[in-house]
Design a protein around this ligand. Structure first.
Ligand SMILES: Cc1cc2nc3c(=O)[nH]c(=O)nc-3n(C[C@H](O)[C@H](O)[C@H](O)COP(=O)(O)OP(=O)(O)OC[C@H]3O[C@@H](n4cnc5c(N)ncnc54)[C@H](O)[C@@H]3O)c2cc1C
Length: 407
């Protein structure tokens, strides 16, 4: 048994879906996912997606991204991401994605928005951002974006999607990628041959005991790349998120979005005292929490939302509110226990600024790739944006290659 496509995309998160949407409509595309269509980290993103608010914000956004990344970022990639951000938001709105609108003129004014496209939207702020520049949809921004992209892809006649189908290897011929070896839910292996292969297979959290990621995200594309001598970069750059809800139950850790701290929540030690500036970059806050836990001899610290009014909590963070309530905590009345957990992988399969890997005909996009945007530490809410920007660029490059071949 075997299949043939023009492009095979491994992964149906935001990166894979956006790649498919930007590929030529007259080309056959096969997408596979290891689980069901809604089980990707893209569905879990809470806080939001960054955008360049206006020209005056460019330097500050660039500097925030670089500073958070310890200046190890590839500057060219950061520039591309920031410069492409408004186009991407424009695309998303065109696909029906809804972002929170500003409620009052005062709020708009405070945001200083001068770009017509972004006029009227509300912006939130997260750690290490020097100003609010994050668009959001309640605290389920990833679900809003990814479900709308999925709806669009499902309507494409040239795209076939296979769930519960796992990439086990690539097909390497004369040093080029000629497709993948897949396995279906019954354990049957088959080839999917394609002119171009796109890895969009997400992060590595499934390899950790405590992670906010889906457990099936185990960095398969990275392992396969290693086996084939495909260039990898910064495999040790793993982000630990400072605030996940502490639980003794096994399984995925529930994230308490950084935008909760951006809106005023504070971290407290066992005596109810603050011990860190909550809006410092993630790695710095994580370190401070770990040191505090050691000092206090505890398994967690506390997060208090008492500085945020109840109405804002219910409106901006309904998902977090509900989840905490199910776990026995009313965040409008009491502090919640939080602990750092694995969250994001900055390293991955080395790609150039068009998402090409070191192997011909093989591309990598989204969290599995490393285009250097995030340096050694990702700035909050840059991930969805980066995934979309570079998935679109990969599609553009593939389109170009098809055009050249047709000449
Ligand atoms: C709880 C949480 C909150 C977050 N909040 C934000 C936020 O507010 N803003 C932000 O910018 N970022 C956020 N992020 C990060 C962001 O969601 C991810 O980095 C991004 O969505 C990654 O997209 P992706 O398409 O690369 O991967 P994913 O969305 O994870 O998709 C990976 C896909 O690959 C498939 N796959 C994996 N291995 C295989 C295989 N071997 N064979 C076949 N298929 C395979 C999976 O089944 C899945 O379909 C958050 C992440 C988490 C976990």
């Amino acid at each position: 048994m075997g299949m043939k496509a023009d492009v095979v995309i491994v992964g149906t998160g935001a990166a894979g879906l956006f790649n498919a949407l930007n590929l030529p409509r007259n080309r056959k595309i096969i997408m596979i996912t290891k689980a069901d269509l809604e089980s990707s980290d893209s569905f879990l993103a809470q806080g939001g997606i960054c955008v360049l608010r206006n020209e005056e914000d460019y330097d500050s956004y660039f500097e925030d991204t670089m500073r958070a990344g310890h200046y190890e970022n590839r500057k060219e990639s950061v520039d591309i991401m920031i410069r492409s951000s408004q186009d991407i938001i424009h695309d998303l709105i065109g696909y029906g994605v809804e972002f929170q609108k500003a409620e009052t003129d005062g709020e708009e004014e405070r945001c200083g928005d001068r770009v017509p496209l972004l006029h009227g939207y509300a912006f939130t702020r997260e750690g290490a951002h020097s100003r609010p520049r994050i668009l959001f949809h309640e605290d389920v921004t990833g679900k809003e974006i990814t479900s709308k992209l999925l709806e669009q892809v499902k309507q494409l006649a040239n795209v076939e999607i296979y769930e519960y189908t796992t990439m086990k290897d690539i097909i390497e011929e004369d040093g080029r990628c000629a497709g993948i070896l897949a396995e279906d839910a019954d354990g049957i292996e088959f080839e999917i041959r394609a002119d171009y292969t796109v890895f969009a297979s997400g992060g590595i959290g499934g390899r950790y005991k405590h992670s906010t990621n889906f457990p099936h995200l185990t960095g398969d594309a990275i392992e396969i790349s290693k086996k084939h001598g495909i260039r990898l970069e910064h495999l040790d750059y793993v982000q630990i998120h400072p605030t996940t809800l502490y639980s003794e139950k096994p399984g995925r850790r529930f994230l308490i979005s950084e935008s909760v701290r951006g809106e005023g929540a504070v971290l407290l030690n066992k005596d109810g005292k603050r011990f860190v500036n909550e809006l410092l970059p993630r790695d710095v806050v994580t370190k401070a929490i770990r040191e505090q836990m050691e000092k206090d001899g505890t398994d967690h610290v506390w997060l208090s939302m008492k500085n945020i009014d109840k109405e804002t909590i219910l409106k901006h963070f309904p998902n977090i509110y509900e989840h905490c309530l199910e776990e026995g905590y009313d965040v409008t009345k009491e502090s919640i226990p939080v602990v750092p957990a694995q969250h994001y992988f900055m390293g991955g399969i080395w790609v150039d600024s068009d998402s090409r890997t070191s192997m011909e005909n093989l591309f990598a996009v989204g969290e599995t790739s490393c285009n250097g945007v995030h340096g050694a530490n990702r700035l909050a809410s840059n991930s969805l944006l980066e995934s979309l920007v570079f998935a679109k660029r990969a599609a553009g490059k593939i389109r170009e290659k098809f055009d050249i071949e047709n000449k």
